[in-house]
Write a protein that binds this ligand. Sequence first.
Ligand code: HEM
Length: 485
Amino acid sequence: CLWVRNLRLKRRLPGPFAWPVVGNAMQLGQMPHITFAKLAKKYGNVYQIRLGCSDIVVLNGERAIRQALVQHSTEFAGRPNFASFQMISGGRSMTFTNYSKQWKAHRKIAQSSLRAFSSANSQTKKAFEQHVTAEAMELVQVFLRHSTDGRYFDPSYEFTVAAANVICALCFGRRYGHDDLEFRTLLRRVNKFGETVGAGSLVDVMPWLKSFPNPVRSVYENFKNLNEEFFAFVKDKVVEHRESFNPDITRDMSDAIINVIEHGKDSGLTKEFVEATVTDLIGAGQDTASTFMQWIVLLLVKYPDMQAKLQELIDKVVGQDRLPSVEDRSNLALLDAFIYETMRFTSFVPVTIPHSTTSDVTIEGLHIPKDTVVFINQWSVNNDPLTWKDPHIFDPTRFLDENGALDKDKTNSVMIFSMGKRRCIGDQIAKVTVFLFTAVLLHQCSFESDPSEPLTLDCSYGLSLKPLRFCVSAKLRGKLLGLVS
Ligand code: HEM
């Protein structure tokens, strides 16, 4: 029974004293991942906290996290049964559903259709890269327009639109203009998604907060509305696809998913799972990639010497007459190092989406019962002083070996896409997108921050850490290039 289970959890796992009713909620602070890392120093890498009525195990450091997510991958592959998770993707989300046979089938379909449109063979790879490069050139033009007469602008919305377009083109075969007001408004609202599902969000662990007016309740209500609105937007497009579906021509990922789920042999999923899959993919792909790009540009203006060095390298390798491409990657080790250091230093997905245990399990000699909520602290892996010298310092060269090549051991030690059965399925397309966006932006433009505003690396907490508003200006370097077909 629950009582015996809780008693066992209490006896076996170390952790701070939990207050009645709120547990440790008041101790989390503004940046829970940093609090979690501090608590690990006192209680070890595996410990227990309580938030409201939920006992939660927090995992820190590479060894404990790897042991859990890789060695005990099935036991840690669950998701908690949080009320907010049921509101996502029409209640049929793959990302936010518990471990089951159906989840396995759903994840396989999402993963294989994503691969089919981005990396299945050299042709799809090329098509995907060209389309990302075209999106990057749109960004260049929008940025230059916003910088007319030396003006400064907030690049965050443009990155949101660009990242959403990369995934919308895969899913719907179309993109949206940066001045499409309806699309911008939708994305601006979706931007708030991570506030509710980030580890340490209180709505799911203190359900009674929903019964009287308070800031948590309004976050919860907004979350419900934004998910409904976003799902309706996607559903509309999927319905159009369904109506014009032709089994002989697969136009895009929506068609591919309709084909497997509705026309395939016993997918085990009903047709409503098509719109849920597409909603999941657009939601997951857009928010993370745009946050990543905001950090990239913020760090480029924060470290102008690094920006100049990267441009010098790109000029040497690529020249002025063509745009950078993925083939240049092996000659642009410093650029990759800069991207990896951005992932490590910002750890902008500091804690994964909450997991839960699918059966009783023992980790580092500590017993964790079935159905326990588990927080995985990725930030603690990226800031471990035993792996990283001076982890608080931004230094891309830490990823280069003595010959100036990318150090694969080091890049493999960065943890931002999680690991094991729930590992991100968009990591490859995210890496290609961020590499091409950054290379093209640096090749075409120089960025500087607004000198009238202090430049800070402070951020807001959620599923992803987002930089506070900052403004930049972009200047054209050399000539504005078109796309090579
Ligand atoms: C899950 C990171 C981009 C699709 C996740 C998780 C993380 C993550 C940390 C949670 C893993 C866990 O709970 O253990 C990132 C980062 C990205 C990125 C840092 C960009 C830089 C993308 C893109 C897509 C995508 C572009 C798809 C187009 C997904 C899906 C899941 C997921 C579907 C759920 C997997 C599951 O629950 O089985 N991602 N992601 N992600 N990501 Fe990503």
